[in-house]
Design a protein around this ligand. Structure first.
Ligand SMILES: [Zn+2]
Ligand SMILES: [Zn+2]
Length: 138
């Protein structure tokens, strides 16, 4: 179930990684390690900088009534200042939630140090999400 709007989520597969995607609000849930796995084709250190940015992200406290789709605990909002993005993370470490556009913003923020692979991934992901959303717009 989508943490943001409580609608059922679809599973998208990208490069062998399954991502839960909400067709209603276009957010995406990544289980722990999935985002890193998706970015692992990039050899230029993007994952290291992204991971450390997420680890050092400022804790904003419990999120606006959002629950982890795995354990139902309230998600914690975290601010990644470099990317100007607020992530919602599970306090138990199940994974993280990105609202629509936040993945693209993260990828963009780290693209200067991460090279083409991550930029390509961002483009691909946005296109996938758009295709699914259009098919569902009745
Ligand atoms: Zn949603
Ligand atoms: Zn959880």
């Amino acid at each position: 179930m989508c943490p943001a709007c409580k609608k059922p989520m679809l599973i998208l597969e990208l490069d062998g990684v399954e991502v839960d995607h909400c067709p209603a609000c276009l957010g995406a849930w990544f289980d722990a390690g999935e985002l890193e796995a998706l970015l692992s084709s990039d050899e230029n250190g993007a994952i290291a900088s992204l991971t450390s940015a997420m680890q050092t992200a400022e804790r904003l406290g419990k999120s606006r009534d959002r629950q982890c789709p795995r354990c139902r605990r309230k998600l914690e909002a975290r601010r990644v200042r470099d990317a100007d993005v607020t992530l919602d993370t599970c306090p138990r470490g199940d994974g993280l939630w990105l609202d629509h556009g936040e993945l693209a913003a993260l990828v963009r923020a780290f693209a200067s140090t991460s090279g083409a692979a991550t930029g390509f991934l961002g483009t691909l992901f946005e296109r996938e999400l758009r295709d699914r959303a259009e098919g569902d717009n009745s």
